[in-house]
Design a protein around this ligand. Structure first.
Ligand code: TRP
Length: 339
């Protein structure tokens, strides 16, 4: 069944402007976002309102917002085709989040594993914003009636909550207003793990910079980090399944495969019998070849604040235009006067 134009697939995703973007973000998310632009109308949002659920230094937040925008554009997000903006510039997100604070149940939020992880032992000291973080995320998506949301596995529970909120709103008011989102769980590019510990995800919050390749790393930094990456003394096996108990070795193969857009088995077959000292050399060369141009373009973009800020400003304007009728209709449904 064909969809009417107003029901066509719309993609929404968000990335927090906290810390540096790294290879895991690029291979796990950004590269897929770029591909989705060919098939869908896409909104990509730098979620600064989510970032402040834990304290952010204003100067760092500003720099990080520009850096994320630059990384997305340098990676191939086309700001003409897609809508690229920062969340705080579009008031509809915060407005709809308030409404969803009144739709979502405390019991639902109490089940969110990410809150438990992020709040840690001292939940009393976490911000209220961190607790209602998933409601804001639902608002991000539903303000545009987006129905496709590419995220990592760690966000699945938040998307289920988004569905619950949409469903409850629709039931409470007897309408078919908000769509039920489909998670597009991105996993084909493999989970990219830390270069220091093959059992931990590559993360911007890891205290060791040697655990990750940042998107701003230059050739020397990449070469040094790969050289120091943990491995073992065994050569590459012929098949990827023989890497089962060698997490660091498996990770380097997975990174190579993702960068080369080949299967891990093909990579093993190609380099079978080689030691990791040699494999690291080809991996470094490939990484520099793939990331070098992106890093160069990012640096160029980040040097020109006026240009980046102009792109975000334009995106925010287009986002506001899309969200306005959804908010108006939502208010009307709920009985807010003045629509
Ligand atoms: N919570 C997401 C993350 O940490 C970021 C995010 C915020 C998001 N709003 C979103 C992702 C809406 C998808 C859709 O990765």
């Amino acid at each position: 069944m064909g969809k009417s134009p107003e029901k066509r697939n719309r993609v929404f995703s968000g990335v927090q402007p906290t810390g540096q973007l790294h290879l895991g973000n690029y291979l796990g998310a950004i590269r897929n976002w770029v591909k989705l632009q060919d098939s869908y109308e896409c909104l990509y949002c730098v979620v600064d309102l989510h970032a402040i659920t834990v304290f952010q230094d204003p100067k760092a937040l500003r720099a990080s917002t520009r850096e994320v925008a630059a990384a997305l554009i340098a990676s191939g997000i086309d700001p003409e085709k897609s809508i690229l903006f920062n969340q705080s510039r579009v008031a509809a997100h915060a407005e709809l989040a308030w409404i969803f604070n009144c739709v979502a149940r405390i019991g639902w939020l109490n089940r969110m594993t990410q809150f438990k992880d992020k709040a840690g032992k001292n939940k009393e000291k976490a911000s209220v914003g961190l607790y209602v973080y998933p409601n804001l995320m639902a608002a991000d998506i539903l303000a545009y009636k987006a129905n496709l949301v590419p995220v990592g596995e760690d966000q699945r529970q938040h998307l289920e909550l988004t569905r619950d909120i949409a469903q409850k709103f629709n039931n409470d008011f007897g309408v078919d207003h908000f769509p039920l989102v489909d998670p597009l769980i991105l996993q084909e590019a493999a989970r990219i793990m830390s270069l220091r510990d093959g059992r931990q995800k590559m993360s911007k919050s890891d205290p060791s910079d040697y655990s990750r390749i940042n998107m701003t790393d230059d050739t020397d930094a990449i070469a040094q980090k790969i050289r120091k990456a943990r491995t073992d003394a065994e050569p590459l096996p012929v098949r990827v399944k023989d890497l089962a108990n060698r997490p660091e070795a498996a990770n380097l193969v997975a990174i190579f495969a993702a960068l080369a857009e080949k299967s891990r088995d093909d990579v093993c077959a190609e380099y079978e019998g080689k030691g990791f000292a040699d494999f690291k050399k080809v991996l470094t060369a490939l990484m520099v070849e793939k990331l070098g141009p992106i890093t160069g373009e990012m640096n160029r973009l980040m040097a020109d604040h006026t240009h980046i800020d102009g792109i975000l400003n334009d995106g925010a304007g287009r986002a506001r235009d899309l969200a306005a009728p959804v908010l108006r209709e939502t208010h009307e449904i709920m009985g807010f006067l003045g629509a």
